[in-house]
Ligand binder design. Structure first.
Ligand code: FE
Length: 205
């Protein structure tokens, strides 16, 4: 038995499978982004209300930087689901997404600072940093505010959040921002080469 088999059999992936099935059905019918964000938030809240379905391999921190593991990508890349894993003190650069996104905290907490582009082209903070606690969901998009910096809300522990985006986010050409507002092209990719296999059902029959 390979390591991947061992990992996949250790947890019940049914909640993740149900989530991606429900999210695909939502996108079959939703015609506006606000509908996707509102109904999608409710689906994500339900997924992160329990913490017994994420395989350890997709919650593994790296001492060097935060990790982003692809959990699922829709066959038409209408959405992707990603686990973000934050070690103590780790944070993203200021960055954008170019598509809608939902962020739900599964373990620990996240600190989010939003930014906007000022008239002179520089980047400036919008409001104070917000602390997202376990179970809460935040949203981004070019329509409602797309630029932010996300950090682990815990100084001494690992935090894990589940993100959903309106594209195969690891392949989207987007940007990070310097303090002077300069955009730097950025394609995030993913930390993993294999995905959770929630199609294996023989044990349930
Ligand atoms: Fe982000």
């Amino acid at each position: 038995m390979s390591v991947a088999d061992t990992i996949e059999r250790a947890v019940d992936l049914a909640p993740l499978h149900a989530f991606v099935t429900d999210f695909g059905a939502l996108l079959d019918t939703a015609s506006h982004e606000h509908e996707i964000l509102a109904s999608g938030s409710a689906l994500l809240e339900r997924l992160i209300a329990r913490d017994d379905w994420l395989p350890d391999a997709f919650a593994e921190p790296d001492p060097a930087r935060y990790q982003q593991y692809l959990l699922h990508c829709d066959s038409r890349a209408r959405f992707s689901v990603v686990s973000f894993v934050w070690g103590p003190g780790q944070q993203t650069p200021v960055h954008d997404h170019r598509v809608w996104g939902l962020v739900g905290v599964l373990r620990g907490s996240e600190r989010v600072q939003r930014y906007a582009t000022a008239t002179d082209g520089t980047i400036e903070p919008v409001g104070a940093p917000a602390l997202l606690v376990q179970g809460s969901v935040d949203a981004v998009s070019p329509r409602i505010g797309d630029i932010h910096r996300v950090a682990n809300g815990q100084d001494d522990g690992v935090s894990v959040s589940i993100h959903v985006y309106g594209a195969n986010i690891g392949a989207v050409a987007r940007a990070t921002y310097g303090d002077d507002g300069t955009e730097k092209p950025f394609i995030s990719g993913y930390a993993n080469r294999v995905l959770p296999n929630f199609w294996e059902r023989s044990a349930a029959s």
